[in-house]
Design a protein around this ligand. Structure first.
Ligand code: SF4
Length: 280
Protein backbone atom coordinates (compact mmCIF):
# COMPACT_ATOMS: atom_id res chain seq x y z
CA UNK A 1 0.00 0.00 0.00
CA UNK A 2 1.46 3.37 -1.00
CA UNK A 3 2.16 6.22 1.44
CA UNK A 4 -0.48 8.29 -0.32
CA UNK A 5 -3.15 5.61 0.22
CA UNK A 6 -2.16 5.26 3.91
CA UNK A 7 -2.46 9.03 4.29
CA UNK A 8 -5.93 9.07 2.73
CA UNK A 9 -7.12 6.20 4.98
CA UNK A 10 -5.79 7.97 8.11
CA UNK A 11 -7.50 11.17 7.01
CA UNK A 12 -10.80 9.35 6.42
CA UNK A 13 -10.66 7.58 9.81
CA UNK A 14 -9.87 10.84 11.56
CA UNK A 15 -12.83 12.61 9.95
CA UNK A 16 -15.13 9.71 10.96
CA UNK A 17 -13.80 9.87 14.55
CA UNK A 18 -14.47 13.61 14.65
CA UNK A 19 -18.00 12.88 13.45
CA UNK A 20 -18.41 10.61 16.52
CA UNK A 21 -18.22 7.29 14.60
CA UNK A 22 -16.01 4.91 16.57
CA UNK A 23 -16.86 1.61 14.79
CA UNK A 24 -17.59 0.74 11.19
CA UNK A 25 -20.34 -1.91 11.07
CA UNK A 26 -19.74 -5.05 8.99
CA UNK A 27 -22.16 -5.65 6.15
CA UNK A 28 -24.87 -8.20 7.11
CA UNK A 29 -24.19 -11.76 5.92
CA UNK A 30 -26.07 -12.62 2.74
CA UNK A 31 -28.77 -15.25 3.07
CA UNK A 32 -27.93 -18.32 1.07
CA UNK A 33 -31.05 -19.22 -0.87
CA UNK A 34 -29.62 -21.88 -3.13
CA UNK A 35 -27.68 -25.01 -2.41
CA UNK A 36 -25.23 -26.36 -4.91
CA UNK A 37 -23.69 -29.80 -5.27
CA UNK A 38 -20.84 -29.20 -2.87
CA UNK A 39 -18.62 -31.34 -0.77
CA UNK A 40 -18.76 -29.13 2.32
CA UNK A 41 -22.47 -29.29 3.22
CA UNK A 42 -21.64 -30.76 6.61
CA UNK A 43 -20.11 -27.44 7.60
CA UNK A 44 -22.06 -24.57 9.13
CA UNK A 45 -23.32 -21.99 6.63
CA UNK A 46 -20.83 -19.37 5.47
CA UNK A 47 -20.64 -16.17 7.49
CA UNK A 48 -18.88 -12.90 6.79
CA UNK A 49 -15.17 -12.96 7.48
CA UNK A 50 -12.00 -14.26 5.94
CA UNK A 51 -12.36 -17.69 4.34
CA UNK A 52 -10.87 -20.60 6.25
CA UNK A 53 -8.67 -22.56 3.88
CA UNK A 54 -9.44 -26.26 3.68
CA UNK A 55 -8.42 -28.96 1.25
CA UNK A 56 -11.08 -29.74 -1.33
CA UNK A 57 -11.74 -33.44 -1.95
CA UNK A 58 -12.96 -32.59 -5.45
CA UNK A 59 -10.39 -32.67 -8.22
CA UNK A 60 -9.60 -29.23 -9.65
CA UNK A 61 -10.98 -30.32 -13.01
CA UNK A 62 -14.47 -30.73 -11.55
CA UNK A 63 -17.24 -29.09 -13.52
CA UNK A 64 -19.22 -26.08 -12.41
CA UNK A 65 -21.49 -27.10 -9.51
CA UNK A 66 -25.01 -28.24 -10.24
CA UNK A 67 -27.38 -25.85 -8.56
CA UNK A 68 -30.03 -27.32 -6.29
CA UNK A 69 -32.77 -25.31 -4.74
CA UNK A 70 -35.53 -26.59 -2.56
CA UNK A 71 -38.55 -24.30 -2.54
CA UNK A 72 -40.68 -23.96 0.54
CA UNK A 73 -43.52 -25.66 -1.30
CA UNK A 74 -43.68 -27.88 -4.35
CA UNK A 75 -41.06 -30.14 -5.85
CA UNK A 76 -37.34 -29.41 -5.61
CA UNK A 77 -35.67 -27.91 -8.61
CA UNK A 78 -32.71 -29.93 -9.82
CA UNK A 79 -32.19 -27.65 -12.77
CA UNK A 80 -28.83 -26.16 -13.59
CA UNK A 81 -25.90 -27.60 -15.40
CA UNK A 82 -25.93 -31.32 -16.10
CA UNK A 83 -22.77 -32.94 -14.76
CA UNK A 84 -20.73 -34.41 -17.62
CA UNK A 85 -20.63 -38.20 -17.40
CA UNK A 86 -16.85 -38.31 -16.95
CA UNK A 87 -17.03 -36.16 -13.79
CA UNK A 88 -19.78 -38.11 -12.08
CA UNK A 89 -17.66 -40.93 -10.57
CA UNK A 90 -15.34 -38.40 -8.88
CA UNK A 91 -18.21 -36.29 -7.58
CA UNK A 92 -20.03 -39.34 -6.24
CA UNK A 93 -16.83 -40.63 -4.62
CA UNK A 94 -16.26 -37.25 -2.96
CA UNK A 95 -19.84 -37.20 -1.72
CA UNK A 96 -19.53 -40.79 -0.44
CA UNK A 97 -16.43 -39.76 1.54
CA UNK A 98 -18.35 -36.88 3.04
CA UNK A 99 -21.24 -39.18 3.99
CA UNK A 100 -18.81 -41.67 5.58
CA UNK A 101 -17.60 -38.89 7.93
CA UNK A 102 -21.09 -37.58 8.69
CA UNK A 103 -22.13 -37.32 12.33
CA UNK A 104 -25.33 -35.31 12.07
CA UNK A 105 -27.47 -38.00 13.74
CA UNK A 106 -25.79 -38.97 17.03
CA UNK A 107 -28.01 -42.02 17.68
CA UNK A 108 -27.35 -43.47 14.24
CA UNK A 109 -23.64 -42.72 14.42
CA UNK A 110 -23.50 -44.62 17.73
CA UNK A 111 -25.27 -47.69 16.34
CA UNK A 112 -24.06 -47.94 12.73
CA UNK A 113 -21.03 -49.92 11.62
CA UNK A 114 -20.61 -47.84 8.50
CA UNK A 115 -22.63 -45.61 6.20
CA UNK A 116 -24.33 -47.03 3.12
CA UNK A 117 -24.00 -44.49 0.36
CA UNK A 118 -25.59 -46.39 -2.53
CA UNK A 119 -24.18 -47.99 -5.63
CA UNK A 120 -24.69 -48.37 -9.33
CA UNK A 121 -24.06 -46.61 -12.58
CA UNK A 122 -23.25 -42.87 -12.40
CA UNK A 123 -25.12 -42.55 -15.71
CA UNK A 124 -28.09 -44.70 -14.71
CA UNK A 125 -31.37 -44.02 -16.50
CA UNK A 126 -33.22 -45.38 -13.50
CA UNK A 127 -32.64 -44.86 -9.79
CA UNK A 128 -34.29 -46.87 -7.00
CA UNK A 129 -34.70 -45.14 -3.67
CA UNK A 130 -35.47 -47.02 -0.48
CA UNK A 131 -35.76 -46.03 3.15
CA UNK A 132 -32.64 -46.92 5.15
CA UNK A 133 -29.98 -49.63 5.44
CA UNK A 134 -30.77 -52.83 7.34
CA UNK A 135 -28.45 -55.19 9.19
CA UNK A 136 -26.86 -56.78 6.12
CA UNK A 137 -26.39 -53.42 4.44
CA UNK A 138 -24.80 -52.04 7.59
CA UNK A 139 -22.43 -55.03 7.67
CA UNK A 140 -21.40 -54.78 4.02
CA UNK A 141 -21.78 -51.06 3.29
CA UNK A 142 -23.89 -51.90 0.22
CA UNK A 143 -27.58 -51.07 -0.34
CA UNK A 144 -30.26 -53.73 -0.69
CA UNK A 145 -28.17 -56.86 -0.21
CA UNK A 146 -30.28 -58.63 2.44
CA UNK A 147 -33.44 -60.63 1.71
CA UNK A 148 -35.27 -57.54 0.46
CA UNK A 149 -32.25 -56.73 -1.66
CA UNK A 150 -32.34 -60.15 -3.32
CA UNK A 151 -35.97 -59.51 -4.23
CA UNK A 152 -35.13 -56.04 -5.58
CA UNK A 153 -32.31 -57.54 -7.64
CA UNK A 154 -34.77 -60.09 -9.04
CA UNK A 155 -37.20 -57.29 -9.89
CA UNK A 156 -34.44 -55.48 -11.78
CA UNK A 157 -32.89 -58.46 -13.54
CA UNK A 158 -35.64 -61.06 -14.00
CA UNK A 159 -38.52 -58.59 -14.10
CA UNK A 160 -37.11 -55.65 -16.03
CA UNK A 161 -34.33 -57.41 -17.93
CA UNK A 162 -31.70 -54.95 -16.69
CA UNK A 163 -28.43 -55.58 -14.86
CA UNK A 164 -28.23 -54.34 -11.28
CA UNK A 165 -25.11 -52.39 -12.31
CA UNK A 166 -27.17 -50.49 -14.91
CA UNK A 167 -29.30 -48.72 -12.31
CA UNK A 168 -28.41 -46.74 -9.18
CA UNK A 169 -29.73 -47.87 -5.80
CA UNK A 170 -29.77 -45.60 -2.76
CA UNK A 171 -31.70 -44.90 0.42
CA UNK A 172 -33.11 -41.72 1.92
CA UNK A 173 -31.09 -42.32 5.09
CA UNK A 174 -27.50 -43.52 4.85
CA UNK A 175 -26.99 -44.90 8.38
CA UNK A 176 -28.87 -47.88 9.82
CA UNK A 177 -31.45 -46.98 12.46
CA UNK A 178 -31.10 -49.23 15.52
CA UNK A 179 -33.42 -52.27 15.67
CA UNK A 180 -34.48 -51.39 12.11
CA UNK A 181 -36.83 -48.73 13.47
CA UNK A 182 -38.10 -46.07 11.09
CA UNK A 183 -35.80 -43.07 10.74
CA UNK A 184 -37.09 -40.04 12.61
CA UNK A 185 -38.20 -36.91 10.72
CA UNK A 186 -35.08 -35.16 12.00
CA UNK A 187 -32.79 -37.94 10.73
CA UNK A 188 -34.52 -37.85 7.36
CA UNK A 189 -34.13 -34.07 7.17
CA UNK A 190 -30.46 -34.39 8.11
CA UNK A 191 -29.74 -36.94 5.40
CA UNK A 192 -31.98 -35.80 2.55
CA UNK A 193 -29.46 -33.28 1.15
CA UNK A 194 -27.09 -36.16 0.38
CA UNK A 195 -29.76 -37.94 -1.66
CA UNK A 196 -30.68 -34.71 -3.42
CA UNK A 197 -27.06 -34.30 -4.42
CA UNK A 198 -26.83 -37.91 -5.63
CA UNK A 199 -29.88 -37.34 -7.81
CA UNK A 200 -28.51 -34.04 -9.12
CA UNK A 201 -25.17 -35.64 -10.06
CA UNK A 202 -26.67 -38.76 -11.69
CA UNK A 203 -29.75 -37.01 -13.03
CA UNK A 204 -31.60 -40.23 -13.85
CA UNK A 205 -34.45 -40.18 -16.34
CA UNK A 206 -36.73 -42.13 -13.98
CA UNK A 207 -37.09 -42.66 -10.25
CA UNK A 208 -38.67 -45.69 -8.60
CA UNK A 209 -39.43 -44.94 -4.97
CA UNK A 210 -39.76 -47.94 -2.67
CA UNK A 211 -42.19 -47.76 0.23
CA UNK A 212 -44.08 -45.20 2.24
CA UNK A 213 -41.23 -43.43 4.00
CA UNK A 214 -39.21 -42.78 0.87
CA UNK A 215 -42.35 -41.77 -1.03
CA UNK A 216 -43.62 -39.36 1.61
CA UNK A 217 -40.15 -37.82 1.89
CA UNK A 218 -39.52 -37.29 -1.80
CA UNK A 219 -43.05 -36.37 -2.82
CA UNK A 220 -43.77 -34.34 0.34
CA UNK A 221 -47.08 -36.04 0.91
CA UNK A 222 -48.95 -37.84 3.65
CA UNK A 223 -51.08 -39.84 1.21
CA UNK A 224 -51.17 -43.59 1.84
CA UNK A 225 -49.40 -46.02 -0.49
CA UNK A 226 -52.59 -47.11 -2.21
CA UNK A 227 -53.09 -43.49 -3.37
CA UNK A 228 -49.45 -43.11 -4.47
CA UNK A 229 -48.65 -46.28 -6.39
CA UNK A 230 -50.02 -47.07 -9.82
CA UNK A 231 -49.59 -43.53 -11.16
CA UNK A 232 -46.88 -41.15 -12.28
CA UNK A 233 -45.45 -38.41 -10.09
CA UNK A 234 -42.69 -35.90 -10.63
CA UNK A 235 -39.64 -35.25 -8.48
CA UNK A 236 -37.70 -32.22 -9.67
CA UNK A 237 -39.10 -32.84 -13.15
CA UNK A 238 -38.04 -36.52 -13.14
CA UNK A 239 -40.89 -38.95 -13.88
CA UNK A 240 -41.31 -40.94 -10.67
CA UNK A 241 -43.28 -44.00 -9.65
CA UNK A 242 -43.94 -45.34 -6.19
CA UNK A 243 -44.20 -49.03 -5.44
CA UNK A 244 -44.11 -51.30 -2.42
CA UNK A 245 -40.83 -51.71 -0.55
CA UNK A 246 -39.41 -55.20 -1.24
CA UNK A 247 -39.36 -55.90 2.53
CA UNK A 248 -43.13 -55.32 2.58
CA UNK A 249 -43.59 -57.57 -0.46
CA UNK A 250 -41.73 -60.35 1.39
CA UNK A 251 -44.15 -60.00 4.31
CA UNK A 252 -47.22 -59.51 2.11
CA UNK A 253 -47.17 -61.81 -0.93
CA UNK A 254 -50.37 -60.23 -2.29
CA UNK A 255 -48.36 -57.04 -2.89
CA UNK A 256 -46.25 -58.86 -5.47
CA UNK A 257 -48.89 -58.51 -8.21
CA UNK A 258 -49.23 -54.74 -7.63
CA UNK A 259 -45.47 -54.31 -7.60
CA UNK A 260 -45.24 -56.11 -10.93
CA UNK A 261 -47.97 -53.83 -12.33
CA UNK A 262 -45.97 -50.79 -11.21
CA UNK A 263 -42.81 -52.15 -12.81
CA UNK A 264 -44.66 -52.82 -16.06
CA UNK A 265 -45.85 -49.22 -16.08
CA UNK A 266 -42.27 -48.09 -15.58
CA UNK A 267 -40.89 -50.42 -18.24
CA UNK A 268 -43.40 -49.22 -20.83
CA UNK A 269 -42.43 -45.59 -20.28
CA UNK A 270 -38.74 -46.51 -20.37
CA UNK A 271 -39.27 -48.27 -23.68
CA UNK A 272 -38.32 -51.69 -22.26
CA UNK A 273 -39.90 -54.89 -23.48
CA UNK A 274 -42.48 -56.15 -21.01
CA UNK A 275 -42.57 -59.96 -20.64
CA UNK A 276 -46.00 -61.47 -21.15
CA UNK A 277 -45.85 -63.47 -17.93
CA UNK A 278 -44.85 -62.21 -14.51
CA UNK A 279 -41.43 -63.63 -13.60
CA UNK A 280 -41.57 -66.14 -10.72
S1 SF4 B 1 -28.25 -40.79 8.58
FE1 SF4 B 1 -27.31 -39.39 7.08
S2 SF4 B 1 -27.26 -37.41 8.11
FE2 SF4 B 1 -27.57 -38.98 9.70
S3 SF4 B 1 -25.51 -39.49 10.43
FE3 SF4 B 1 -26.02 -40.95 8.80
S4 SF4 B 1 -25.17 -40.03 6.95
FE4 SF4 B 1 -25.29 -38.41 8.48
Amino acid sequence: MSDEMMRQIRQRLESLRRAGIERIPSPPPQRVIERSVRTDLAEPPAIAGPPIPRPSPVAPTSPAPVMLSTPLFGEPDIGGTEVPAEHRPDLLAALASEVAECSRCPMLVASRSRTVFGEGSPTARLMFIGEAPGAEEDRTGRPFVGKAGILLTDMITKGMGLAREDVFIANVVKSRPPENRNPTPEEIANCLPYLERQIAIIRPQFLCVLGKIAASTLLQTALPMNRLRGKWHSYGGIPTIVTWHPAYVLRTPSAKKETWEDLQMLMKRMGLKVPEKRPG
